[in-house]
Structure formats: C-alpha cells, structure tokens
Ligand binder design. Structure first.
Ligand code: PRP
Length: 179
C-alpha cells in the first residue's frame, strides 16, 4: 500500500491515478454530451482544482472558454468553516452563458452554494458544478453538485491538487489520512 508523509501526518493511497483518470474521462463524456452546442464557461476554482481541471478540460469533446477564480481560503487546517470572498475574479462576461464550476472537492457545500448564487446574480443562463470528490455524508445544502467523479467518506484527503497546510498537492493519486 502506497503511503506519503505530509508535514506531520501519514496518508495512504485511496484512489490511484488510473482510477482517477478513468472517472474523469467518463465524466467528460457526459459533460460533453450535455453541453453540445452551448456556450460553456469552464471555471476552475483555485487552488485545489487545478490538476482535475487540466485533465477534465483535455478530455472534453467541446471547446469551452476557460477562466479561473480563486476564493478566500478556509486556511491551513483540516476542516472547513467561515465566510467566502473572491480573491481573483473572472474577467469575462457571464450573462446568458452556461457556467461549469470545477472543484476538487465538495464538503459542506458552502462554497458550491455561494458560487451558484454569485453566478446566478451575474445573469448566467445556468450554473452547474463538476467536482472530483463529493463528501455526501457531510453535505449540508439542498442542491448537490450536478457532476462528481467519486463519492468519498468524511476523511481528510490530499494529493491530485488537494493539500494539507499547502503541501501534498503534487501527488498523482488521492491519499487518505491514516487512521
Ligand atoms: C476546498 C475546496 C472547496 C471547498 C469545499 O477549498 O477546494 O473550495 O474547500 O468545502 P465546502 O464544501 O465545505 O465549502 P480550500 O479552502 O481548502 O482551498 P484550496 O482549494 O485553495 O485548497
């Protein structure tokens, strides 16, 4: 079993690279079919989504506009809380366009709900989210992400863009905190 150490913690490989890529490719096929002929604005939410977004966009059969957004971080801890503000915002029109938000993980759903309202207020024709990982058991909102690759239990994960106190993002697989 592959293990990594990030800061003071040990993590065990839980979703290997090959499974990640398989999941992403089948998700990309669904998204491509759903958005065929539409003006899609593909919006990765930095920092965690950068690796997933790069693989997802390359697997699409459609050619969206890609614009990045970054929100205020929850900080270096291992749980999510607090308020959200945009630190880096889009530089293109949103009105009348089909926005696909791209996230590494949906946890409580606070970020997803905030983003949906933010883009609907800007006049988007539709707002959906594609996330790699969905912690369904801790999700607290009414509308779940439209697309997700893997549902995972409520355990802390790193790798493939996800961090623990800003380290561990570079790994090719997802790793779960060793219990
Ligand atoms: C993570 C993730 C989502 C959010 C999900 O971001 O990328 O944006 O938490 O949690 P929620 O569903 O409880 O709102 P984080 O603040 O860790 O920043 P990062 O992407 O820069 O690592």
């Amino acid at each position: 079993m592959k293990k990594i150490v990030v800061h003071d913690k040990t993590f065990v490989e839980s979703i290997p690279e090959a499974r990640l890529l398989e999941g992403i490719h089948s998700l990309a096929a669904r998204i491509s079919a759903d958005y065929e002929g539409q003006d899609m604005l593909f919006v990765p939410i930095l920092n965690g989504a950068y690796m997933f977004a790069a693989d997802l966009v390359r697997a699409l059969d459609i050619d969206p506009e890609v614009q990045f957004m970054r929100l205020s971080s929850y900080g270096g801890g291992m749980s999510s809380s607090g308020t959200i503000t945009p630190m880096l915002d889009l530089e293109c029109p949103v009105e009348g366009r089909h926005v696909l938000l791209v996230e590494d993980i949906v946890d409580t759903g606070n970020t997803l709900q905030w983003l949906r309202e933010y883009f609907m207020d800007k006049g988007a024709a539709s707002v959906r989210m594609a996330c790699l990982l969905f912690k369904k058991e801790v999700f607290q909102k009414e509308v779940p992400p439209a697309y997700f690759c893997f549902e995972i239990p409520n355990q802390f994960v790193v790798g493939y863009g996800l961090d623990y106190a800003e380290r561990g993002r570079r790994y090719r697989s997802i790793y779960t905190l060793e219990s």
